[in-house]
Design a protein around this ligand. Sequence first.
Ligand SMILES: Cc1cc2nc3c(=O)[nH]c(=O)nc-3n(C[C@H](O)[C@H](O)[C@H](O)COP(=O)(O)OP(=O)(O)OC[C@H]3O[C@@H](n4cnc5c(N)ncnc54)[C@H](O)[C@@H]3O)c2cc1C
Length: 439
Amino acid sequence: MPTANPTPAIAINHVQTRLLWAYVLVNLLTFALRYHQYSDTSSLIWVPLARASAACIYLNFGLLLLPMLRMTLSWRRFDALRQILPLSKAMAAHMLVGNAIVLFSAIHVGAYAAIYLAANLRLEQIAFAVPVSGLALTVLIVLLAAGAWLRTRLPFEVFFYSHFLAVPVFVLCIIHTRLFLAVMLVPAIAYLMDRLFRLLWSTQAAKIEHIAVQGRDISLVIHRPAQFTYQAGDFAFLCVPGLSRMQWHPFSLINSPDAGGSLAFRIRRCGNWTEKLGGLPIGTRVLVDGPFASPCRDLHECRSAIIVAAGIGITPFASFLAEIESNYKGTGELLAFERLHLYWFERDQASQAGFYPLIERLERSLGGALTANLIVAAQAQEPLKRLVSVRTVQWDEEFGRLREQWLGATVFFCGPKPLSNIVRASSERAGFAFVTESF
Ligand SMILES: Cc1cc2nc3c(=O)[nH]c(=O)nc-3n(C[C@H](O)[C@H](O)[C@H](O)COP(=O)(O)OP(=O)(O)OC[C@H]3O[C@@H](n4cnc5c(N)ncnc54)[C@H](O)[C@@H]3O)c2cc1C
């Protein structure tokens, strides 16, 4: 297997693995120490089990909100930190910590149930002994966990609204035991400040300048709010009060960061909100909250990058491609990268039209520094366009061919999870770093 100097992405992957191990270790240590402390005072295993799981619940509640400081973590001054820490994995970290809370809560509740059963208490005695806050917390945490699990399985609103249960959960935690207040005070204040700053400074109103339905997609252009600066790969939350005051949907910014007074988005119609969006007239008021960094910001640090985008997964890379073009036109120079290869899977001709002209222009003008494959589903008609091919990709073969010349390259992926797993496995076998984003 070829080796190469670690790229920032490879280095970050290593840090990520170490952080993950550190997190697991801290949880195990907390659990073991607390278990040991109580194992001397009780002959039953349930008491130390209940106390040890409680200690891990405190620990994880203390960590839960930190990755959700979206605005703080997207600050430009943290860009240097982004080279060292996997800040773009914040959402994954939040989900991991949330899962840990569910796991330790199940152990905690199970252990207390066993304690009550072992004491031969009657049902009414148990009902009297169990704190109401504990009961309510159990029900709310189950509902929160179910809502999160259903995030991609039911309409998004189920997840969105059920996540507001986090507010009574935090209040009940503090009623359940005061220690929660000590553990959560700093992260909760930091989170509230982050949200407040977002509301006051990063949320701005804009008007729709252009909107058109093109096949499965909507091309949306809105007026750029004052002082809205972003980097290629960033995204913003959009809210259309005329559709729903509560719903904020994230979309990648697709035009070049240095492009004039507009913000452009390409939006796939895949649910209620996006369907209704397509029917809005020009001039409709939109609220914009952002910009926020996505894993694709790391593209700026790469000399050799292989982009794999499935369908609308092209959007996080689009502003980077637009930036390359605008920079090349202005200065005749490429950005930091030396070569870039793009695979884009898109079967719908109208959707292809959104980015194909840009990709083709870049491929023609950059003299081999950018190469592209637009791949349509194998059963589609033979396309006429120059870069388009009809084939299925065997990733091991594909990357196997590239790996000699592309030592130290990073594969950036955006698309569905199952394909992400396949491309990740082949990237690792070829010795490439892998950065993924799934909508
Ligand atoms: C960082 C990021 C960037 C994105 N960029 C784009 C983009 O450029 N173009 C594009 O078409 N889509 C993008 N998406 C996905 C887009 O946000 C959803 O497709 C959209 O919100 C669907 O809303 P809906 O109510 O019409 O569909 P629903 O039927 O409600 O949802 C369809 C799916 O979209 C996802 N989704 C819905 N609402 C949200 C939300 N508020 N936050 C996160 N995910 C949600 C869920 O996984 C859901 O299963 C992006 C998502 C993320 C997280």
